[in-house]
Design a protein around this ligand. Structure first.
Ligand SMILES: [Zn+2]
Ligand SMILES: [Zn+2]
Length: 687
């Protein structure tokens, strides 16, 4: 310690460390500083797991406990420089845990929200590692060490370590690359003569988008004698912080019931079993304002005491249907869940409605069933994906509508065609086996213990709804489902692709939509085989035969045309115009394709010296233009690609190529008559 006379636990010399603190809340301090005893006194206790572990294991700090030691050792072992201060090492050991568990929970590095936090921690760690002399990607190697360390509480982590490693590696690579190429980036962005204020703002932009550390930018600016305003940088930083604050405040607003003028009552949802129900109107909103009555033609949002309408949530779209009171009909186009209320959004088709009216709420049952097919299929899809691709697959988002479903999930590689086919096949097997679904209310902790999959984007209450299918699918889910998988009918994947780094998307259809799609494809195949004069079974062979026949005929035709051209070359060359000793050969060649145009240019080149050749042709509504320059002219500085780009401009097209040959295309073949004039003009200018 400091050996001072007043050394006490309040001293910050390091002699005392806080292990556990207890706050005894006893009084309420009034404004006039008198202490009023609290009616209920309590003790607030704060203990850090790592701190306590350090005490129990008799070590001096968190990083020497068995929770961190293997990580720390690994970093020290790999460090190129001698580790004098351990701060960098400790920081990385701490960060890697945060990074891995964030990704484990489904938060991937990105430029927004939580994803941006993960990205920033990875970048920070890279910088710490850099100052330890570790300049190559390294963090990703820590994932196996950490998963070993966390084996007991998080056995799942081990199964997903490769996927998490890959995500971190890609992120490290891209950041290290940014650092390595920062010189050219800085040179490109900081133009000479930039003001100090502008430089400060730009430094922030580079920091924000590329993660370029301020110190690095400042060093570079210093070296290049560019003035820099720290004030401008700080101002931008502050503005950005406020932006993200107001953004998250806005998100909260959407769910702010008071903002919508709603009382915080609860709409009781009865739609898991019922497709219609008797209820009572308790609130009507018109353009977000409370009203007591609405009449024919008016749009409104209606809140009922209880409702069988599913309000859009958890990726599942809202129900549609009708609210009926005698002859009065309110058409519900969509239902949304706001807080604990269900909003029936639509318009009065007939009559009028007022608060207190008794209504019969009826949902569109066919659409509900279509949605249920897609929702149950989404659960099957998640199970099949985990079976085929691995348990690293985690839901990132979903859309369950009446006509299709969409499922986004973590997976770092492309999905091969056989994998995709296997996934579809497994789901159709699940459907054929007609597994029944069971729905149970459970404690959240219990459901998790049973291995139920939760979606990280969702907030769960203590009591959760668990939907199970067979023994292969358990998900926490509030959506509406089928009774058994057989009701899905058919499942077909219609699209697979990447939506962001490490996130893939599958779109699929089920039931009637899938059936209609198959029928449509069958019809197309039928028409194709009729045109080929064969049966659908033989259509493929017949098509191949036809195509190769076509190719042979095409080749023959081409060679015949070349023969014909060869004969007419003499003619074309004879028509050449001489301009200051240069031959200009120009001709419109009807419907010749690009290949033949090129060959014709070659044929002319063999016959004439000092020659600029230009041919035009029309093909399926497009204008083609080719330009050849003989070698002797190329050596004198003529450039076919330059000439053609000037001419192409005059006919509203684009072109390019080499010095001896170039080509161009345009949508307007009618402007050919100006081409030759333009050619003369351009060539004259070159002379
Ligand atoms: Zn002290
Ligand atoms: Zn679900």
């Amino acid at each position: 310690g400091c050996r001072g006379a007043h050394c006490s636990p309040a001293c910050d010399c390091g002699r005392f460390i806080e292990v556990w603190n207890l706050v005894f809340t006893q009084y309420n301090r009034l404004e006039n500083a008198t202490l009023e005893p609290l009616p209920k006194k309590n003790i607030d206790t704060g203990m850090g797991l790592e701190r306590l572990a350090a005490v129990m294991q008799g070590v001096r700090n968190n990083f020497e406990t068995d929770l961190f030691k293997p990580l720390v050792c690994e970093i020290v072992r790999s460090s190129e420089n001698e580790v004098t201060s351990k701060e960098n090492v400790f920081a990385v050991a701490d960060h890697i845990r945060a990074i891995v568990f964030a990704i484990y929970d489904g938060v991937l590095p990105s430029n927004e929200g939580r994803g941006y936090v993960v990205r920033k921690i990875i970048r920070k760690s890279s910088l710490h590692l850099k100052s330890l002399g570790i300049k190559k990607p390294f963090l990703y190697k820590m994932v196996p060490v950490l998963s070993e360390l966390m084996q007991k509480p998080y056995p799942e982590l081990k199964k997903r370590r490769e996927n998490i490693s890959e995500i971190i590696l890609a992120e490290e690579k891209s950041f290290i690359n940014t650092l390595e190429t920062s010189d050219s980036l800085l040179k490109e962005r900081f133009t000479p003569g930039i003001s100090a204020w502008q430089a400060g703002k730009l430094a922030f932009e580079l920091y924000d988008t590329y993660g370029l550390p301020l110190e690095l930018t400042m060093d570079w600016l210093d070296k290049h004698k560019i003035k820099f305003s720290k004030e401008a940088f700080d101002q931008e930083l502050k503005a950005q912080k406020e932006r993200s604050k107001s953004q998250s405040a806005m998100k909260g607003d959407v769910f702010d019931l008071k903002g919508l003028g709603l009382a915080a009552g609860e709409t009781k949802f009865t739609g898991y079993k019922d497709y219609q129900t008797k209820s009572k109107i308790i609130k009507i909103l018109k353009a977000s304002k409370d009203v007591s009555e609405i009449s024919e033609g008016e749009n409104a949002k209606v809140i009922l005491k209880n409702s069988c309408f599913y309000g859009e949530s958890g990726g599942q779209v809202g129900d549609s249907g009708e609210l009926i009171n005698g002859n009065n009909i309110f058409r519900v186009l969509d239902a949304k869940k706001i807080g604990k209320n269900i909003l029936h959004i639509g318009r009065v088709n007939q009559g009028k409605f007022k608060i207190g009216d008794e209504v019969k709420a009826i949902i569109d049952a066919k659409r509900r069933l279509d949605i249920a097919r897609n929702h149950t299929a989404t659960h099957l899809l998640q199970a099949a994906l985990r079976k085929v691709l691995g348990e690293h697959v985690q839901q990132q988002g979903s859309l369950v509508a009446g006509d299709k479903l969409r499922f986004d999930f973590t997976h770092f590689k492309d999905i091969s065609q056989p994998e995709l086919e296997r996934i579809e096949e497994i789901i159709n097997e699940y459907i054929a086996k007609n597994f029944s679904l069971t729905v149970e209310e459970k404690e959240l902790s219990e459901a998790k213990k049973e291995g139920a999959l939760a979606f990280f984007g969702e907030k769960y209450e203590d009591k959760v709804r668990m939907v199970s299918i067979g023994d292969f699918s358990k998900e926490l889910c509030g959506g509406t489902h089928l009774n058994s998988t057989g009701e899905i009918g058919i499942f077909r994947i219609i699209h697979e692709g990447s939506v962001a780094r490490g996130i893939r998307r599958i779109e699929a259809v089920t039931g009637e939509v899938a059936y209609k799609m198959v029928k449509h494809q069958e019809k197309t195949l039928g028409e194709v085989s009729r045109m080929l004069n064969t049966t659908p079974e033989n259509a493929l062979n017949a098509l191949e035969d036809n195509l190769s026949k076509l190719k042979r005929v095409g080749k023959k035709l081409d060679s015949q045309m070349i023969e014909g051209l060869r004969a007419s070359i003499e003619e074309i060359v004879k028509e050449a115009q001489i301009l200051d000793g240069i031959s200009l050969v120009y001709k419109e060649l009807g419907g010749l394709g690009m290949d033949l145009l090129r060959k014709t240019v070659d044929l002319v080149k063999q016959k004439v010296k000092n020659c600029v050749i230009c041919f035009t042709a029309r093909q399926s509504g497009r204008a083609l233009l080719v330009m050849g320059v003989t070698d002797d002219l190329v050596q004198k500085g003529f450039d076919a690609s330059k000439i053609i780009s000037q001419i192409a401009q005059s006919i509203g097209g684009k072109g390019g190529g080499r010095k001896d040959f170039a080509q161009a295309g345009s949508q307007a073949p009618e402007s050919f008559n100006t081409v030759f004039e333009k050619l003369r003009e351009v060539v004259r200018q070159i002379k």
